[in-house]
Design a protein around this ligand. Sequence first.
Ligand SMILES: [Zn+2]
Length: 54
Amino acid sequence: MGKDVMHELKSKSWWDGSAEMWCGLKFKAGKHAGYIFASVSCPACKAAKKAGKR
Ligand SMILES: [Zn+2]
């Protein structure tokens, strides 16, 4: 509980439903309800995307 950090989705696997965030965080299928596109609050996600890392 507490504050939720919103990560930005980088890619999603349609094979197993897992999702990877820009900061490198990975969520397993059904565990990635936290990702969001509009209000990303994860500094690592923002930095990674800004740096243009793929
Ligand atoms: Zn993140």
